[in-house]
Design a binder for this molecule. Structure first.
Ligand SMILES: *Cc1c(COP(=O)(O)O)cnc(C)c1O
Length: 501
């Protein structure tokens, strides 16, 4: 096959390739005597090194400034982030994070404030924490907030500890928890960590949870239900209030996984939906870059009734001053050092203030519009298992491509050749061969149209040149990886060059 055939008409689309450099380790690259600076001639007599250091070989490579700058710049180009292009990874809300929020978090007065500084000297940071709690309460409709949890799953665990403390306080511990098959995978893990036995609830043919099924499973040994809304099919649980009533009637609590809040800011009131505890993913919805495993924040929001169980210390306002309250006897205790991941909290605070209430609502509306647009533009070529209005993401499958023996994995890998980060694949588990696309609000119509056109091209290639998909990606640093091997035995000392392949 010619170069043109193997790569497709790539010059007209994103990802034209040709600029992916090989790069050795700094130790392989260094050459004795190179230097990153010009040192003036010495005008003092030479002296021997400290005797304790003598004879110790220091293994540092000698490199010039440009060697080092190119090294790290090339490494950064092997990566792909929201700042490089569209990253429609479903359930992860990989939206653009405005740089002003980074700038606010890096302000020296904020970034250098020591968490052990006494209260009188920390009024600004305490006020920020307090006001962020208030903002998040307003956004969710709930009454009280802890900012400590460091991630979504950590928020879930905190929520389960609150369930546990609540039932303990009521004098009757329970042992089970209902978790729909459309909940996020972290939910059963968090419940299990807290000692609860997860009881699976099957979603209906429309992707919705059926209140009657919940009623048949809910009993007085069940602590409550953990549901994700919008659920992992990108659908809003329409009967959430009925479900909450059923759970409450049997003395249980309702946990709402609010990691998908990007779809419903200013639209959904969690308390009115009957939710007692809900976590937010600030690193998804409220402007912290994520995906590389950096710090996040998963604040937990609760009803008035559950407020006494929140982690301590809590930022509170007493008259004109802000304080940390430690003495809450029913609290589940501390779940993070100091105040949680403070830098992430500052970014969320800055994001909320710069967007305003109307701006946040508009962001959610556009996130939903973009996902529905993609769904409608692709459903004639990709199988859409749940053909109904979606929220922030839409879920397709590879059913239409099965005749050509093309899988979701092949299409995802081919998208890389065209310059896109692939969507989430094979999740949620309720859809066989799932491809879950979350465009977010930050992509403009032209970019979304180009993404749609690219996926349509890939569907066409599947019919006409299936090898292009089976062999994808071709235009990347490494080709298709053995994913099990890559996860179990990661090669951290360097990558094979193209010739080794
Ligand atoms: C991302 C996500 C989580 C987990 O959040 P982490 O911060 O990765 O722990 C939980 N639930 C849902 C619905 C999510 O989308």
């Amino acid at each position: 096959m010619s170069e043109q055939q193997t790569t497709g008409a790539a010059n007209t689309v994103l990802g034209t390739g040709g600029l992916i450099f090989n790069e050795p380790l700094l130790w392989e690259k260094g050459k004795k005597g190179r230097m990153g600076m010009s040192v003036p001639q010495s005008d003092v007599p030479a002296a021997t090194l400290d005797a304790t250091l003598e004879g110790t070989e220091v293994d540092f490579p000698d490199l010039s400034e440009v060697d080092v700058v190119r090294h790290y710049t090339r490494l950064s180009q092997w990566n792909f982030g929201v700042d490089s292009g569209m990253y429609p990874l479903g359930s992860c809300t990989m939206k653009y994070n405005p740089k002003t929020n980074e700038r606010q978090a890096a302000t020296p007065a904020i970034a250098l404030a020591h968490p052990m500084l006494e209260e009188g000297l920390s009024q600004g940071t305490l006020r920020l924490l307090y006001e962020l709690q208030e903002f998040l309460a307003t956004i969710t409709g709930l009454d009280a907030v802890s900012l400590q949890p460091a991630a979504g799953a950590h928020g879930e665990l905190t929520g389960m500890l609150i369930f546990h403390a609540y039932h303990e306080h009521k004098g009757h511990q329970r042992h089970k928890i209902l978790i729909p098959d459309t909940a996020h995978g972290t939910n059963p893990a968090s419940a299990a960590l807290c000692g609860y036995k997860a009881v699976a609830v099957k979603s209906g043919p429309d992707g919705m949870l059926d209140p009657e099924l919940v009623a048949s499973l809910m009993d007085e040994d069940t602590a409550g239900i953990m549901l994700t809304n919008p659920n992992t099919l990108g659908l809003f649980e329409e009967r959430v209030r009925e479900i909450a009533e059923i759970v409450h009637a049997k003395g249980g609590l309702v946990y709402g996984d609010g990691a998908n809040m990007n779809a419903v800011m200013g639209v959904m009131d969690a308390k009115k939906c009957g939710v007692d505890v809900l976590h937010l993913n600030l690193h998804k919805t409220f402007s912290t870059p994520h995906g590389g495993g950096g710090p996040g924040a998963g604040p937990v929001c609760v009803t008035k009734e559950l407020e006494p169980f929140l982690p301590v210390p809590r930022a509170v306002r007493k008259g004109d001053s802000y304080q940390l309250e430690e003495n809450l006897p029913l609290s589940v205790g501390r779940v993070h050092a100091f105040h949680g991941n403070f830098g992430v909290l500052v970014k969320a605070y800055s994001y909320i203030l710069t967007m305003g209430a109307e701006g946040l609502k508009r962001a959610s509306q556009l996130a939903v519009l973009n996902a529905n647009y993609i769904k409608e533009q692709l459903k004639d070529v990709l199988h859409l298992p749940y053909d109904r209005p979606c929220m922030h993401e839409c879920v397709f499958s590879d059913q239409n491509q099965q005749a050509e023996k093309i899988s979701t994995l092949d299409m995802a890998k081919r998208l890389i050749d065209y310059g896109y980060h692939p969507p989430t694949i094979y999740f949620p588990l309720v859809v066989h061969g799932a491809m879950m696309i979350e465009p977010t609000e930050s992509e403009c119509k032209e970019d979304i149209d180009q993404f749609i056109a690219t996926l349509r091209t890939i569907v066409q290639e599947a019919k006409e040149q299936p090898d292009l998909l089976h062999e994808a990606p071709q235009r990347t640093k490494v080709r298709r990886l053995d994913e099990v091997q890559a996860a179990r035995c990661p090669c951290l000392v360097g990558l094979p060059s193209a010739e080794d392949k």
